[in-house]
Design a protein around this ligand. Sequence first.
Ligand code: ADP
Length: 734
Amino acid sequence: MKNELTKKRFFTGLIAGIVMIALLAGLEIAEPKKATGQAAGTAAETTVSEGAPTAEAAATAAPAEPTNASVSADTEGTFTAGTYTGSANGFGGPVEVTLTVGDAGGITNAEITGSSETPDIGGKAIPTLAQQLLDAQSAEIDGVSGATFTSQAVRDAATQALGKASGMETMEAPKAEGDNLFIPGTYTGSSTGFGGEVDVTVTVSEKSIDDVQIEGSHETENIGTFAVEMLDDRILEAQSPNVDALTGATVTSNAIFRALNDALVAAGADLTKFPAAGEEEEGLKSYEELSTDIVIVGAGGAGMTAAIKATQAGKDVIIVEKMPYVGGNTTKATGGMNAAETHYQAEQGIEDTVEQFVEDTMKGGHDINDRSLVTVMAEYSAKAIDWLDSIGAPLPKVSFSGGATNRRIHAPEDGSGVGAYLVTAFRKNIDELGIKVMYETKATDIMTLDGAAVGIMAESKDTYYTIHAKAVILATGGFGNNEGMIVHYKPDLKGTVTTSAPGITGDGILMAEAVGADLVDIDQIQLHPTVEQGTSMLITESVRGDGAILVNQEGKRFTNELLTRDAVSAAELAQPGSYAYIIFDQKLRDGLKAIEKYVSTGITVQGDTIEDLAKQIDVDPATLADTLTKWNQYVADQKDPDFDRTTGMENDLSTAPYYAIKIAPGIHHTMGGVKINTSAEVIDINGNAIPGLFAAGEVTGGVHGGNRIGGNAVADIVVFGSIASESAVAYCDK
Ligand code: ADP
């Protein structure tokens, strides 16, 4: 304990010393950071790489005209003349800042390179940031709205460079002695992840890492938070900072690694002494045979629903999940769950019918949906809402969403994203019921005997499994993240950003096909109209449902924003540049928790007035102001003469500040898949049910037809997850 306190005091003293020297040197430091750098990584918390970061983004700013800025040819300052470079991680990789200090001690030139920044966002911001450094004569710059990661990287890199210009680079952390790896004690490092600060505290003795604690409560729920939960054990087990990032949570993983490295360096470690990640030899795999009543492939919403219900019905269940965590695409569902004739609707005086739900779904799906499946989904939906109540996952907030005639989409009370909310509740139930989930285990084949499914083959890093089961439920999700399959079925979509989770690669469809299953609507792939392209983050439909509008680069509306996804996507693709901005105000932000994530990720642009917002997104201020004035009048009149929008018009957009997010369509849902009947039995190419084989969720086709309406993915997974479970349980009892 004494040791720990001593270390902490030493580092607090060191940081205070640095700040003191910096202040004496006239260097403005916003806060004494323990670690430098910003979120790095290849992309947001998805496998999709940032939109083609190819162009070299670089800028140099020098004070050519000393008239409009407080910069003279060599502003008086207290840095030592010379050229100094610092670097930090931006959105896509390292950002380097090189500052030249003139003879009078002022910054005379600022050069920034960041070849991996998103060209449209970070890359575009770089010249402005270089000018800001010159104007501020310090690292404390305002940054560029919408390019948060790049701006922070520039601040950090400039702080480093100016630290050198003030002679602070000579300060070094102490080194462990002799053969020792560390100086025993407890050390903390911090860095910035996807949503905010990530801290890593390590306790080390001379030759080992004894404890790792990771704090990162602002990371994306059930994505980044899995990295926070899991990497501590992996680091401890590896006794090294060089472990693999958690697939799908790269930004958070990298923040953890940076914070960890800083903590270990403070502990006297030489980071080059640790073996690189993934270096251990792969040995021969072992083989294991298991038996259960029902084996479920995939721990997304459908798989977990099925598992919980089957366990509640007294069956022994095993779930195999190829990722190190549960959730799949379900985690990413942001809107809610459609359901008709629910007790929440009744309590809130909302009139709606199962028949209307069916008609809306059929219409949204261009009438190619399987009406019998749609009818079952609508009929079962209120019961599914009751079941969610019973497992501690109520969805009481009912509102409008695209394609629905009535208020039908059910969401969590606090406005949080429905997917992460349900995944948390499902996980809790799975833990409480003691259901066996085999993580990082990929199902490869369905085993059949006399035409009936009798189990699966699966494999993990070190083991091949044969899992015998009386029934098999496929809940592997769609194929939105399998570019090969996407291009095979829809060549036009080559290179389109996807919102799908990393594990969503169509495995279940391929496995089912291999045992004779029929496929339906397999080329029906949905684009979601509001996807931020740099991060492939989906902007929930609720933003439009709660009143947001879409404008093009001219600042004009171009569609009824609450038409079905395919219609809105098509309207966007027809605009100049094939993108748009979603515009909303502070009141809307206050009512929708999901928006906080967009703000903390840095994808929103904020303006104190509409004109201010317009300037920042390069839209003509008068046009945007006119669009907003007109829209607010339409809301007051409850009539939209331009595009006949009739829903999501409860609130106007008149509460400053105002916000914009640049968006374009992204691959969102693969509507087609394995053919099932209303009992969730998989149907073969001859039209017969394959005994013992059931499927539910995005792996199946038919429910959504040619276009899925918002709120029906969750309805699909909960309803058909339940039905697959009930059918599998009944099949086991035969
Ligand atoms: P749904 O919404 O239909 O429930 P999700 O996308 O939420 O589907 O979840 C599907 C889950 O299936 C994901 O967690 C994914 O990692 C998992 N999965 C996909 N293919 C396999 C496979 N071959 N073996 C095990 N798990 C798989």
